[in-house]
Ligand binder design. Structure first.
Ligand SMILES: *[C@@H]1O[C@H](CO)[C@@H](O)[C@H](O)[C@H]1NC(C)=O
Ligand SMILES: *[C@@H]1O[C@H](CO)[C@@H](O)[C@H](O)[C@H]1NC(C)=O
Ligand SMILES: *[C@@H]1O[C@H](CO)[C@@H](O)[C@H](O)[C@H]1NC(C)=O
Ligand SMILES: *[C@@H]1O[C@H](CO)[C@@H](O)[C@H](O)[C@H]1NC(C)=O
Ligand SMILES: *[C@@H]1O[C@H](CO)[C@@H](O)[C@H](O)[C@H]1NC(C)=O
Ligand SMILES: *[C@@H]1O[C@H](CO)[C@@H](O)[C@H](O)[C@H]1NC(C)=O
Ligand SMILES: *[C@@H]1O[C@H](CO)[C@@H](O)[C@H](O)[C@H]1NC(C)=O
Ligand SMILES: *[C@@H]1O[C@H](CO)[C@@H](O)[C@H](O)[C@H]1NC(C)=O
Ligand SMILES: *[C@@H]1O[C@H](CO)[C@@H](O)[C@H](O)[C@H]1NC(C)=O
Length: 821
């Protein structure tokens, strides 16, 4: 207690002391354009009353609004380290009456990975800014079942009323004051009985998915009075019914008679013209799974259920996710196979209320397939064929929960997948019989959802190379143009780290984390990442961790995730570095001397002068217990910086002695960049706590700092983020986030960014006012949210799952039936 109080007092003193040094410097921030989304988009929601008002929600990267030119603008970029769970959006509701109103149910995890309860974010101006309504329970934007829904719904006859279906056994909640206050609907007793894996001790797969969706029947009421008839879907099966109805505006509830609760209801969509409720079902909660399912319709007038599942027998090897109606054409609707991993994702369409269906592809005679679509990935060419492993053929998409026809334009549709947003503008061509051919376009321009694992900005060649989750990584030849391809040959779903050789910077090394069967998990490039070859010195079981490439590019030092630290010269077999402990958390190469490497573990700083073969402790990082990153001056041997849980440390004598940088109480990602004046010391960039958690730059080797992020750019969880400085452009820094892609920042008013396209508009209006605490708020101490970095591959996945993009179901398939992203 004593130490805690003292350190708070010291922090306050530090804050006051630093005020003059901490004047923020205005930066202009833009996304490095990747252009194709890059992660799971659980749903896209069209406002039913205002044409062109469309939102998308993501599981780890916040929500977006669609612009008139069909690009997307992010709405939650203000979320900082204290509000990182805002980026998990589990439900979204756009008001059909006052179309300016938008509500987001946010929170990342319902287990311990997210210590915070969830909240409803309320906007009265289409997401330009929000007020917060805290909830007394957690919300799981990146939990299983996150594509189900929408769980949050606005009464179309009385838009002050909202219902929210909670997870974790928390039941149904209601607000009558535009979401400002909430109370539980005690008369609704179903809470859901399904958790994907009740034995999961992490709590991730063992939590109840809970309520699935809330759907009003507007035809049952009149404008100005609460809608009497409300349907609620629940993630239950077997012994518990899962579709409920109220006829008295939510006072009393009963199970809808005659229902079939074999599978879980993912979507419940009401056709007012037909007075019919359409429901898609899957035998899993999603988003990766599903080996069977159904599509049903419930005729409200007669109480008759009809099974309208598009396929049966051996053709039914998937569940159903996305379901959409064309309100201008009663009887026209589409459903998506939640996951058809082979031979392709599948979408079905009917124009007669489900009596007959056609698929977007159909078997001709095995193995020939008729593809009734043209694929257009102009806006993100890396999504296409060359970007994929041979095993990966699901071009139409996977994890398809959000499938939507524009209520104002029967030709316009959008759907979310595990990787991007697709859609098109010629949907009615689907109804042309055997000659049908619709164009599927990549339409995620502006959605930047990559989970960024590492960034480098070498002194020559392309200014930026990225390592990302799920999509491998990219060479960014132009910061404003989507890459043509992800890293290929070898192609991994996730790259975790990168380094370049200081004396020969076109030499690059990358490592993967072993979630793909495609090749050894280390690869080398001699042409700045354009082409690669496997590092044949690697053992097949080496993966993950951190990588460093020696100054001349001949030696690779690898802190693997399960086999300790290993070293290899000239791609000879890696050998264990026994002088480094398995607790080593950071490694780096000297950028000038080929023989010198650095490492850190706990408070010990290690140096090798023999090409990484042996290390010895050279210096001490004070009371540090967890070094995060070592960076090295690009021109000067032995000039190193180390960020740790106890601050930022600098040595100019190869680690023999360190200076603790004054005022920095904790530091995460750090980087060096081009000096302010020719010949000067490089700029230092740090994600750090300097009187508060933020992003800072120092032009004088850590004496004075300016804060470079602002209220509109919080960058989410600080411990998840990576940074690199541009060694050629003074002031330019790149920040890689967990779910909002890569940003690059330039000093405002500096030379214009090398842009040929318009920057992504960022909100300049007031974001949520963060709590005004004078004592710096400590960041979440748990690092678990950074380890579960990838939207499509949470850290806790069942052990019986297929590899990412691997087959996990299908005719005659005897392999794993649980799918991974
Ligand atoms: C949102 O922005 C508007 C317009 O700038 C402003 O009037 C309003 O006070 C802001 N609301 C919040 C919650 O910050
Ligand atoms: C409920 O669904 C799960 C997942 O598909 C399945 O394993 C279980 O057998 C089902 N329970 C019943 C009672 O049908
Ligand atoms: C319920 O649905 C399952 C799966 O579609 C089907 O096998 C079963 O026959 C249905 N039960 C009834 C009573 O219709
Ligand atoms: C619902 O049932 C009624 C009575 O049989 C019928 O007239 C109506 O067409 C049905 N609605 C749909 C959408 O099938
Ligand atoms: C639809 O168009 C694409 C490309 O334009 C073509 O590959 C495909 O075969 C066409 N489908 C049919 C059924 O003609
Ligand atoms: C895909 O690969 C082929 C063959 O190498 C090449 O001709 C084509 O340009 C590549 N496409 C893209 C988008 O890189
Ligand atoms: C990984 O492979 C190496 C070389 O084949 C072997 O020596 C080592 O025991 C393996 N490690 C693990 C953890 O299986
Ligand atoms: C690199 O460092 C080692 C160890 O300090 C030293 O012996 C060697 O001379 C240095 N090499 C160069 C080229 O400076
Ligand atoms: C490294 O040295 C070169 C050549 O003198 C200089 O142009 C460059 O700015 C230096 N880099 C940094 C980061 O100081």
């Amino acid at each position: 207690m004593y130490w805690q109080a003292l350190s708070a007092a010291l922090a306050l003193a530090t804050l006051l002391h630093l005020v003059s040094a901490l004047a923020p410097q205005s930066y202009s921030w833009q996304n490095v354009k990747i252009g194709g989304g890059g992660g799971f988009v659980p749903d896209i929601v069209f406002n039913p009353s205002e044409q062109g008002l469309v939102y998308a929600r993501t599981d780890i990267g916040g929500a977006y609004i669609m612009n008139a030119d069909e690009s997307w603008t992010p709405l939650l970029d203000f979320a900082d380290n204290d509000h990182w769970n805002y980026w998990g959006v589990d439900a979204l509701a756009t008001d059909p009456v006052d179309t300016n109103r938008l509500y987001l149910a946010t929170g990342m995890y319902t287990n311990s990975w997210d210590p915070n309860d969830g909240q409803i974010l309320i906007s009265t101006n289409k997401g330009q800014n929000f007020t917060v309504s805290p909830l007394p329970f957690k919300v799981g934007g990146n939990m299983p079942g996150r594509g189900i829904g929408e769980r949050l719904a606005i009464d179309p006859n009385s838009n002050n009323i909202l219902f929210f279906g909670a997870r974790s056994g928390n039941g149904l909640w209601k607000s009558t004051d535009f979401a400002q206050t909430w109370s539980q609907v005690e008369s609704f007793t179903a809470t859901g009985n399904y958790a994907p894996d009740p034995t999961d001790t992490s709590g991730y797969n063992s939590d109840l998915i809970g309520l699935a969706w809330v759907t009003f029947d507007p035809t049952s009421g009149t404008s100005g009075s609460p809608t009497p008839r409300i349907f609620v879907g629940v993630v239950s099966n077997g012994t518990q019914e899962n579709v409920f109805v109220s006829e008295d505006a939510g006072s009393t509830w009963s199970a809808v008679p005659g229902q079939n609760n074999t599978y879980f209801p993912h979507k419940g969509v009401l056709s007012a013209a037909e007075k019919t409720l359409y429901i898609s079902y899957s035998d899993g909660a999603g988003p990766y799974d599903g080996t069977s399912g159904a599509v049903m319709k419930f005729n409200i007038s007669t109480g008759v259920w009809t099974d309208i599942t598009p396929v049966s027998g051996s053709d039914l090897y998937f569940g159903f996710g996305g379901l959409t109606l064309d309100p201008q054409r009663p009887g026209t609707m589409m459903v998506a196979a939640l996951n058809s991993w082979w031979p392709n994702g599948q979408i079905f369409r009917t124009t007669d209320g489900g009596q007959t269906w056609t698929g977007i592809w159909e078997w001709l005679s095995y193995p020939a397939i008729n593809y009734y679509y043209t694929y257009d990935d102009t806006l993100a060419p890396w999504l296409g064929e060359n970007a994929t492993t041979t095993a990966f053929t699901t071009q139409v998409g996977w994890m398809m929960e959000g499938l939507n026809i524009d209520p104002f334009d029967s030709n316009h549709w959008l759907y979310g997948t595990g990787e991007t947003i697709y859609g098109g503008h010629d949907l009615l061509k689907w109804d042309l019989g055997a000659s049908r051919n619709v164009t599927i376009e990549s339409l995620a321009d502006g959605v930047e959802e990559e989970s960024v694992q590492a960034l480098i900005s070498p002194p020559t060649g392309p200014s930026l190379i990225s390592a990302v989750g799920d999509d491998g990584g990219f060479v960014h030849y132009d910061l404003n143009t989507p890459p043509a391809t992800m890293f290929t040959n070898p192609t991994w779903s996730t790259t975790v780290d990168l380094d370049y050789a200081g004396n020969d910077p076109t030499n690059i090394v990358r490592i993967g984390n072993g979630d793909s069967s495609d090749g050894l998990q280390a690869a080398l490039s001699t042409d700045s990442g354009n082409t690669w070859s496997e590092d044949y010195g690697a053992a097949e079981n080496f993966s993950g961790g951190k990588i460093a490439l020696s100054a001349n590019g001949d030696t690779v030092l690898w802190a693997t995730s399960g086999n300790g630290v290993q070293v290899s010269q000239y791609t000879n077999a890696f050998t264990a570095v026994s002088s480094l402990p398995s607790s080593t958390t950071a490694i780096a190469s000297d950028k000038r001397n080929d023989s010198i490497f650095y490492a850190a573990a706990g408070s010990d700083f290690y140096v090798s002068v023999d090409g990484g073969k042996t290390f010895s402790i050279e210096g001490s990082l004070a009371e540090s217990t967890s070094p995060v990153k070592i960076i090295v001056h690009p021109n000067v041997t032995g000039d190193v910086w180390v960020s740790t849980d106890q601050g930022l440390f600098h040595s100019t004598n190869t680690g023999s002695t360190f200076t603790a940088i004054s005022g920095v109480t904790e530091a995460w990602a750090i980087a060096l960049g081009a000096p302010a004046t020719a010949g000067g010391y490089p700029t230092v960039f740090a994600a750090a706590n300097i009187g508060g958690v933020g992003y800072f730059r120092s032009d004088d080797a850590g004496v004075n700092w300016v804060q470079i992020n602002d209220a509109a750019h919080g960058f989410g969880s600080v411990s998840s983020n990576v940074i690199t400085g541009d060694l050629r452009v003074y002031g330019r820094v790149y920040i890689g986030t967990n779910g909002r892609g890569i940003f690059y920042g330039d000093i405002a008013g500096a030379a214009p960014p090398p842009s040929s396209t318009a920057p992504i508009a960022s909100s300049t209006s007031n974001p949520i006012s963060s709590p005004t605490s004078t004592v710096p708020v400590s960041s979440p101490s748990s690092s678990s949210h950074s380890s579960s970095a990838s939207s499509s591959a949470p850290s806790a996945t069942p052990t019986s799952v297929a590899g990412e993009w691997g087959q996990c179901g299908g005719i005659g398939w005897t392999g794993p039936t649980a799918c991974a992203g």
